[in-house]
Design a protein around this ligand. Structure first.
Ligand SMILES: Nc1ncnc2c1ncn2[C@@H]1O[C@H](COP(=O)(O)OP(=O)(O)OP(=O)(O)O)[C@@H](O)[C@H]1O
Length: 583
């Protein structure tokens, strides 16, 4: 028996091990540190494992916070930042009384907030009033660490864990910069002074909503979004009818406006502050071209802010594409600390693909039964696989909503708004919800199949455990996807045993799968093949890929894999690969 089993028995009693869904325990880092939860108020996670109670977690954080204060360190960890201004930075932070020790995003009282109040900072009375109306009193750690440096006019690359207030972190100081510029109230097409780039439409809308809150009393400043999903002319009309100095945009649609909206490029010459939210995503290959074009369309003399929960080394290397050489890297995640939240329990499960629907159903039923306020996000690899999973789970009478790029924008917005407001819902999503989206009180995040990379795993998981709350994560992998665990081995992910699925559940699931339309299955198969074909590890060996795709097709109840249009096979570089049928 693993040592973790003994610990659990001692602290939580036998019921944990007697559950139908026991986990093979790898003792989480928190337990290895000898910090076990008390029996009282203990909860279980998706694998039936006991999770630390809120009080225990807070106590643990307090202890760690105290330790961190003893080893007071700098917020600026960038080599690039080691310049003549470095002393200033620490001085500023001290003056503000910010918790600059980095590490867990935990403040003095065990919450995710710092001990600095907004009214202790040099921000305008108008902003302060809006911040109060929004219900924010104390700054989060990343806000406290970045605000003084941004107000100094420096370019900033900031890294802080998910759900710790990065949006206000860049919006508030940017609005402060704008509020010092002369603005005419009724100007029809004012210069755009603040441009915020986001990788998804949902995130862009959310950032604009947060900006509107902060602009409540800045009556001469307006905000607009350009995100696509509607006709370009509609956005052009809306921009004309509602003058704005702040624009929140997705890269593709912004480029469209640059190329097709008269006078738009002139308006962009007024940009004083450029923000790349989810900067690592915007700077990766998928967006790089558009972003470079956008950067070349705004003035060189500007302030640039890059924010994300993940900043891989490659992004540091290329950040000069966007920022001045003397930019500051503000990292509120202390070296050696995990990039995920300790109050979010993370599990993984490895099972053959043909069991995945049954396992999902089993995990969801248990979670729904255990938590009346459940709010779950299931991430799938592609839009069409998302659709398929949503359809199967809907057939099983779970309360399912579906969101992905193949849905109309109005449907996406409707589902997104509903999920934000509600409880008792399961959102099946592609990566359109992976980054930045702030759905409150998500209780469980399930990732089915490998995420695109380590960063995406962290961002998806980050939809739960926001603002210091607890949450659970489950990564469901096929045996041949297990290699992915090597990329997240520094995170506290424990293995959960595969639940025993009884035959009645199996039949129920099979019937549900059978009821799903053939078209959905064909599309899912094709999308699945495309996704794993472009995966460096799995896509390398084409005959193995075809064999694995066949397993996936069988999991959808198809005895023979669907045929794929010849031109699509060619685009995927899979023409003439034995085992694939073309149509
Ligand atoms: N100072 C504050 N006090 C209380 N709540 C805050 C404060 N600042 C921001 N928030 C709230 O915290 C939540 C998370 O903020 P936000 O979405 O900006 O996080 P994030 O760090 O950008 O997350 P992600 O990495 O997922 O993008 C939001 O609901 C926001 O309104």
């Amino acid at each position: 028996m693993a040592s973790g089993d003994l610990l659990l028995r001692a602290h939580a009693g036998a019921p944990v091990l007697a559950r139908a869904f026991p986990c093979r325990l790898r003792v989480p880092a928190s337990c290895r540190r000898g910090l076990m939860c008390p029996l009282a108020a203990a909860k279980t996670d998706v694998a039936g494992r006991v999770r630390p109670s809120g009080a225990a977690a807070v106590q643990r954080r307090r202890q760690r916070d105290a330790d961190e204060r003893l080893s007071f360190s700098r917020v600026v960890t960038s080599r690039d930042a080691v310049d003549e201004d470095e002393e200033d930075v620490e001085g500023e932070a001290l003056q503000l009384g910010a918790v600059t020790s980095g590490g867990e995003s935990v403040g003095v009282d065990g919450s995710y907030l710092s001990d600095t109040r907004f009214d202790q900072c040099a921000i305008s009375p108008l902003s302060l009033k809006a911040v109060k109306d929004a219900g924010y009193e104390r700054m989060t750690e990343v806000q406290a660490a970045t605000l003084p440096i941004i107000l100094q006019g420096k370019d900033v690359l900031a890294k802080a864990k998910t759900g710790t207030g990065k949006t206000v972190g860049f919006l508030l100081p940017a609005i402060e910069v704008l509020s010092t510029l002369p603005h005419q109230r009724n100007q029809l097409r004012p210069a755009i002074n603040l441009l915020v780039m986001c990788p998804t439409r949902e995130l862009a809308n959310q950032v604009a909503t947060e900006a509107r809150k902060l602009l409540k009393y800045h009556r001469s400043l307006g905000v607009q979004v350009v995100i696509g999903g509607t006709r370009l002319t509609q956005e052009q009309r809306s921009m004309q009818a509602n003058p704005c100095q702040i624009l929140v945009a997705t890269p593709g649609r912004l480029k469209d406006h640059l190329e097709n909206t008269p006078g738009f490029s002139t308006r962009l010459r007024g940009v004083k502050v450029l923000v790349l939210d989810e900067a690592d995503r915007l700077l990766d290959m998928g967006f790089r071209r558009d972003i470079e074009k956008i950067i070349s369309s705004v003035p060189r003399e500007r302030q640039t802010l890059l924010f994300s929960a993940t900043v891989p080394e490659e992004v540091r290397q290329i950040s000069h594409v966007a920022m001045k050489k003397d930019y500051r890297f503000i990292n509120t995640v202390k070296e050696g600390d995990e990039e995920t939240h300790s109050q979010v329990s993370q599990m993984y499960m490895v099972a053959p693909v043909d069991l995945h629907f049954s396992i999902l159903y089993d995990v969801l039923k248990k979670h729904v039964a255990e938590d009346a306020d459940y709010k779950v996000i299931i991430f799938c690899t592609t839009a069409m696989v998302t659709k398929l999973v949503a359809e199967v789970l809907s057939q099983l009478k779970l309360n399912i909503r579906e969101i992905h790029s193949r849905k109309s924008q109005s449907a996406r917005t409707k589902v997104s708004d509903e999920f934000r407001r509600s409880k008792g819902l399961i959102l099946v999503s592609s990566d359109v919800s992976a980054r930045g989206v702030d759905y409150p009180d998500v209780t469980l995040v399930i990732q089915v199949g490998i995420p695109a990379d380590r960063e995406q795993y962290i961002h998806r998981l980050g939809r739960t455990g926001r603002k210091g709350k607890e949450g659970q994560g489950l990564l469901l992998l096929a045996p041949w996807e297990k290699y992915f665990l090597g990329t997240v081995k520094d995170l506290s992910i424990s293995e959960a045993a595969v639940p025993a699925v009884d035959s009645s559940v199996e039949t129920e699931v099979k019937n549900a799968v059978r009821k799903v339309e053939m078209k959905s299955k064909e599309c899912a198969y094709q999308a699945w093949l495309g996704y794993y074909n472009s995966n460096k590890t799995i896509g390398r060996d084409k005959s193995r890929l075809v064999h694995l795709a066949e397993e996936f097709s069988q999991s959808m109840g198809l005895p023979v894999p669907p045929a794929i249009p010849r031109n699509i096979l060619r685009k995927m570089g899979l023409s003439n690969v034995p085992g694939l049928r073309s149509s």
